[in-house]
Write a protein of this length. Structure first.
Length: 63
């Protein structure tokens, strides 16, 4: 689509690592998006059992 000599483009979100960690439930899975140094995000999909195991492991190290 062209408007007054310009081509219309879809808006794009910047691909940076800035921003909070995000966790969402998508279907049967749990999707975790973790910002990483250098930009981008690490995206991991887990089932409920894997999420519980990850929680236990992290709690053992941090807690």
């Amino acid at each position: 689509m062209t408007t007054e000599g310009f081509t219309a483009m879809a808006a794009m979100k910047p691909r940076t690592g800035d921003g909070p960690m995000e966790v969402t439930k998508e279907g049967r899975g749990i999707v975790v998006r973790i910002p990483v140094d250098g930009g981008g995000r690490l995206v991991v999909e887990l089932n409920a059992e894997e999420a519980q195991s990850l929680y236990s492991e992290l709690n053992g190290v941090v807690g």
